[in-house]
Design a protein around this ligand. Sequence first.
Ligand code: COA
Length: 389
Amino acid sequence: MATLCRFSRLSPYYSGVVQQLTRLASVNSLRCMSGLSAQFEESKNRLSKLKNDPGNEAKLKIYALFKQSTIGTVNTKRPGMMDFVGRAKWDAWNALGSMSQEEAQKAYIDYINSLVAEEQEEQQETQTTSSTQKYECLDVTVQDGLCVIKLNRPKKKNAITVQMYNEWSSALKEADEDPGVVITAVTGAGDFYCSGNDLSNFMNIPPEGMKQMAIDSGKLLNRFVSSFIDFKKPLIAVVNGPAVGVSVTIMALFDAVYATDKATFHTPFSALGQSPEGCSSYTFPRIMGTSKATELLLFNKKITAHEAEKIGFVSEVFPDSSFQQEVWPRLQALSKLPINSLIFSKALTRDMEKDVLHKVNDIECDRLVERWLSDDCAKAIMAFFSRKK
Ligand code: COA
């Protein structure tokens, strides 16, 4: 209730709300707790730990969901004209209509979790001990041994432009060489992890023509994938939402993959007239067996996070409502492990395959240069952009 008390200091109009919530909270704690009500109680604790004032709109929403969760549909008269705060609260509660108490509890839990996650993200940004502004498409931070590479084109679902491929490779190299980095994590800004290759890369045809563009793109992709094959330290994907194309294939070169249950994994290569990259033609069958790999790499099957976990592609799936709160502290704890032990252990599990992976990368990129010049690919890309128009 500490935060609620803080609310009341910030706005005297809320003191009544605080008293009511405090009373309702203590009544509620006497009840026998089911799984949902335990989470509900936990959310109230989380709310009390918020450091920042979430704003009046958020407080109204919290109030309304709390009342609906604990009492149900609004059961009082609308306050008079002059009591505009009382009216605003009543209106917010009334707007929930016939939402059941269980639904309201769930919505309350999700909302508090989102506020806590937002605050943690802000804190992470401000506490950053070293942050580099030199990347335009990435947000890279290093704190207490944890390097976070965030793909940062949320409006384009973090699609990877030529610039982003280069920046991502540079950021990996820097993290590998920085003695202060132990664990490196990759995640996405916004609701997507990444939508794969930015298809408009194919629209920027140089004066030398399409063939040159395909050759240059092949070299770019080869360098990009090599930077994952050669990465010495533990690399973890924090998959915050759907992942498409090359962002999925290179995940098999990561050391662990943590995903929200909202994430999906999709490699629609044949639908685009293309072929697998990121060494997935080799890694996928080894991880999940040929039959599952075929469904993903040839038949464009999109799988859920839980399906991906079942076939050994994802290490662990978390509920979306607690994903950020659970994953980052875990990675921060891992960043305290002794770095040399991690580097040597990774080398033992990976190095036997390094040469094979580089060969596979070469072969896949050569095939893609041919595919990018095919009619199938041109038609699929035109279809994507005309769909948008
Ligand atoms: N390349 C280029 N632009 C992309 C993109 C990509 N891979 N993925 C998303 N975008 C752009 C969209 O064109 C759109 O741009 P606009 O706002 O200027 O029109 C914006 O990002 C948002 O995407 P939108 O399609 O509106 O969002 P959505 O939620 O409906 O769908 C996707 C998201 C990712 C499913 C859809 O955009 C898509 O299928 N993208 C292509 C994915 C792909 O084929 N990648 C290559 C795999 S090999």
